[in-house]
Design a binder for this molecule. Sequence first.
Ligand code: AMP
Length: 499
Amino acid sequence: MADVNAVPTPGFDSFGLHADILRAIAEQGYTQPTPIQAQAIPVVLSGRDVMGAAQTGTGKTASFSLPIIQRLLPEANTSASPARHPVRALILTPTRELADQVADNVRAYAMHTPLRNTVVFGGVDMNPQKDALRRGVEILIATPGRLLDHVEQKTVNLSQVRMLVLDEADRMLDMGFLPDLQRILNLLPKQRQTLLFSATFSNDIKKLASSYLSNPVTIEVARRNATADKVEQVVYEVDEDDKRAAVVQILNERDLKQVIVFVNSKVGASRLARQLEREGIVTAAIHGDKSQNERMQALEAFKQGGIRALVATDVAARGLDITDLPGVINYDLPYNPEDYVHRIGRTGRAGASGEAISLCAPDERKQLVEIEKLIKRELKRGELVMERRSRSRDDRNGDRYDRSERTDRSERSDRSERHGRHDGLRASRGGNSAPRRVRPEDEFFYKPYEPSPSAIESQRDSRSLQESVAPTAFGALPEKAPKRQVAALLAGFPRKAGT
Ligand code: AMP
């Protein structure tokens, strides 16, 4: 019997969207708006600023893209003149992968309209991006660093931007993009609509919103910092030495067809990928040291089902949209508890269920406590009876070399940046009698993130502006500086090469 109290969700046709947009939505196979779409689309259409929080995988991208397309339609034209296609909507994302994914969505939703769009991100040749920008686009999706490269080279003009989206804004702050963001914001017309989306509403995000949004409507679909509802979460206490075997066992016992395995370091990701390959599991690694093309190829192969385990650092934790991903494994618990929410959001997307399995070594218990504090619940403890506890001494020695690798200078500074401490336990274990493997040094990894001089200038300008407008906004900026180094290390986005 039908639930008489059920409130029917309005369909896409109730928003007054143009037939060309409705057609594209139907072609995507969407029948009903998701909760964030039901709430955000009318507000964005009305022209109000939005501060939106939604669980990952909730359809957030369409919640801002569809009304943006609708609002730009009156000026849509088929003229060949670039002057008739100025950038009117700018969508900023923290990572290349997310930019690419948002661009795919925008392309699909706008395909029956004359509106043009393109995406610019670092790590790839600038020239095709310049060509697309010169031809003119109404909707530009960009990562901040590469966008500023284009601004510097005068290949993009932002003076006609009317709509700005800050997607995954919390991540942009975590990655040290604040100076770049401020510089970009200063290039935009003051009269504009700004939409800020963030999986979590930290105090820094609220400060960002109070500085750059005007009387925003807050849309919060999920409980703050909640983890995806449909994801079954379990944590296993496992010795560091047993983690690799645990991953193999979990994959086999649960017959997981595909997983993303999250590790905290680039070196750790490469090493685990090699080890899983040796165990006969088709694996690829994506992290900041991989070229953009390598990352996109691995991701594509994973999406096509050709790869069973994708070993990733947190650069991959945001924005990846892989339909029906049955599980994620946290090989290392993240240092930043909010990353846990993002990592596990890779599974259980768009209504599907998923498993989030975490391995917790004894020296990671503090991280577990922080995660549970953030998500406001205790994770279910599972028991994993290891099939292959004892491995040969040679194998263990191999691991020991790996551990010393893991504590190379760049990663130690990474850890100590995040925690204000060095990982003495691992370092002393690794430094045992086993000879240390000497790794080639790359000076880049010891350099802090350096915004361009003009970014510093603009940061100063906008800080004094904020101080006069909102005295507390960004009061903590100087203390944030070390995070940039972490961002560069984790994401491997040297500013010079763009993002
Ligand atoms: P997002 O949170 O924007 O990354 O979207 C997550 C996934 O949900 C993507 O695969 C979208 O294509 C899909 N999606 C978005 N909106 C809908 C909808 N209304 N119905 C079904 N799937 C959707």
